[in-house]
Design a protein around this ligand. Structure first.
Ligand code: ADP
Ligand code: MG
Length: 591
């Protein structure tokens, strides 16, 4: 009911929509808007089945711009509630019309502001079976809140206020600033972690925000897709966004994002699903590709290293520590190894916090002229962000600066510094990332160059594996490996690819062959990617090993050249950064 009423308000051109519930709406739903309103004749018509003002003739059906067009909603709500509508077209003369269970009870003229107010009481009073079907008030309220949040994100130009039993639940300002909406709905920290995305391929225009790596979720629920102003559900599109993150995300973790897609209405069909949530596209593949590559490109352009900072802002601190952080870690119980290895230790003494990406840094002077409260301060900063032309910098690939080795911590972490930063680097994760990228690069080459071994070696497989190996001999050769079947599961390896790391020849060849014969229906790219991950994992330096300074210098250099120096191929963080300024703050050298 809330959805239908709110969508009618939007279709009526409202700029302010106030939704007030009593008992999560079970007792009362009130939606007030400042849209175009209705006159007396229209009011009577509007509540009849199949009456709509949104389609004039049949050609309109092919370019629907409104959220509603079937004319069914009001009639069906009216039939199962005590319903009252008060509406005015001009802000003076208004009309009030009440019905009970679909039967008109009162109609009167009265003064009313321009717009419409609809009050729905005792929903389903005459259909006990449906009343029974309502969830408990808390769950109903969560449904309504989820919906209103989504619609508010899809329309930053409209102010929404949602309250229940006079308690405000959410409030957006309708100033047309998407990032401000994200902040209103998700809070400061998440808004700060957002990176702007924009792309246009002539057919699809994509814009919006995606989270950097400081914010991940255990479900895809916070990936919002808006098509021509309409929030939609489309798993393929959501997956295309996730695919853009590639190995940056840990298994089972997802970003927060709000992406708006604009396309000629003739290219989409919204009539697939009765709630108009599903949309079909012409050229869907093209859209999916575009989304994935834009997300990739934007992520490449920003600094994704985890930043440590001591935050003077008590409010922020509370938020990071208690709420979001605990919750995040709880979610992560599915992946205990990562939890134990890294974050726990880090967070014992520091708050984890990610600043807005480097090129969104705000000007000092502006900061000083800004109003007091943190919330307002942030709103101001967003405006700067929007005025700045960031398009150019987005196309630059972000690279780590030159880092100098300082020492090693617990035999596992490399300490390094650049001019203005101090870094902690997980050496195993770093090596894995570097090796993965090198290996993938080699594996993707059309023909792997091999060399003949001076001393061929044998590999032993089971008989069934041996049959598989003979089946896949072409693929094995293609990767630069040549072997002879000796019979009885024994193979003699005579030639191996040049990129195989010295000392790991036997292990690598065995792994590659095992991967090839167990490859079930993966695409070639996916297969190579997976193989690169496996091999990188085998190869990389294990934690708890000391290495000499020269080796580590090479590692640092390779890392700064990596396409993605920020996470290992399994999505774990590689590098944690402390700015000089932050460190000086700890020691109160600066305030
Ligand atoms: P639909 O939205 O599919 O047209 P509805 O039953 O939801 O059908 O609404 C019927 C008609 O009532 C709409 O076409 C519109 O003309 C009018 N209407 C409903 N709500 C409002 C509103 N808040 N402001 C102005 N007109 C409204
Ligand atoms: Mg409607």
């Amino acid at each position: 009911v809330v959805k239908e009423l709110v969508e009618n308000s939007i279709d009526a051109g409202a700029k302010n929509i106030i939704i007030s519930l009593v008992e999560s709406g079970i007792n009362e739903i009130r939606v007030l808007d400042d849209g175009c309103g209705m006159d007396t004749t229209d009011v009577e018509l509007a509540v009849l089945p199949h009456t709509t003002s949104k389609i004039q003739d049949e050609k309109d059906l092919f370019s629907i711009q409104t959220l509603g067009f079937r004319g069914e909603a009001l009639a069906s709500i009216v039939a199962v509630s005590n319903f009252r509508i008060i509406t005015s077209r001009d802000g003076h003369q208004g009309v009030m019309y009440s019905l009970k269970g679909g039967m008109p009870t009162t109609m009167a003229t009265m003064a009313h502001d321009k717009g419409t107010e609809i009050i729905v009481k005792n929903l389903f009073f005459n259909t006990p079976a449906r009343l029974q079907n309502l969830q408990n008030p808390a769950i109903e309220l969560s449904y309504v809140t989820e919906y209103v949040s989504k619609i508010a994100l899809s329309r930053p130009d409209i102010s929404f206020i949602l309250s229940n039993n006079d308690k405000e639940i959410l409030h957006t300002y309708g100033r047309g600033v998407l990032l401000e909406c994200i902040m209103n709905l998700y809070g400061n920290e998440i808004a700060k972690s957002m990176v702007k995305l924009f792309d246009n391929d002539g057919i699809f225009k994509i814009s919006g925000f995606i989270s950097n790596l400081s914010v991940t979720r255990s479900s895809k629920k916070d990936i919002h897709i808006i098509v021509n102003g309409r929030m939609i559900r489309n798993q393929k599109i959501v997956n295309a966004v996730v695919a853009g993150y590639g190995t940056l995300l840990m298994h089972g973790r997802y970003p927060v994002s709000v992406l708006t897609i604009e396309v000629d209405p003739g290219m989409i069909d919204v009539n697939v699903h009765p709630a108009k949530l599903e949309v079909r596209f012409s050229e869907e593949e093209r859209l999916l590709q575009l989304l994935t590559t834009s997300v990739q490109r934007v992520l490449k352009s920003v600094d994704l290293s985890i930043q440590m900072k001591v935050d003077e802002d008590e409010e922020d601190k509370k938020y990071i520590n208690q709420d979001s952080y605990d919750e995040e870690m709880k979610d992560d119980s599915s992946n205990p190894s990562w939890k134990n290895e890294t974050t726990d230790e880090i967070t014992q003494s520091f708050e984890m916090d990610n600043e807005a990406p480097e090129h969104y840094e705000y000007h000092e002077e502006k900061k000083e002229t800004i109003v007091e409260t943190p919330k307002e301060k942030f709103v101001q900063q967003q405006y700067n962000l929007f005025n700045e032309n960031t398009e150019e910098s987005i196309h630059l690939k972000y690279q780590l600066p030159k880092m100098y080795y300082i020492g090693q911590l617990f035999g596992t972490y490399i300490l390094a510094q650049s001019d203005n930063e101090f870094y902690l680097i997980d050496q195993h994760a770093a090596a894995e990332r570097i090796n993965y990228e090198k290996l993938l690069n080699e594996l993707e080459k059309e023909d792997s160059i091999g060399y003949d071994l001076l001393f061929p070696f044998n590999l032993q497989f089971s008989l069934s594996d041996a049959m598989q190996i003979n089946e896949h001999m072409d693929e094995i050769n293609h990767l630069g490996i040549v072997l002879d079947d000796f019979g009885g599961g024994t193979f003699t390896v005579r030639r191996i690819p040049i990129w195989i790391f010295r000392g790991s020849e036997q292990e690598f060849v065995e792994e590659i062959i095992t991967q090839i014969i167990s490859n079930n229906k993966k695409s070639k790219l996916e297969f190579l990617d997976n193989l690169a991950k496996q091999l990188a994992c085998k190869k990389s330096i294990k934690g708890n090993e000391f290495h000499n300074a020269l080796e580590i210098d090479y590692l640092l250099e390779d890392l700064s050249k990596a396409k993605n120096p920020f996470t290992c191929p399994h999505g774990r963080p590689v590098i944690v950064k402390f700015s000089k300024e932050q460190i000086e703050k700890w020691f109160k050298r600066i305030v």
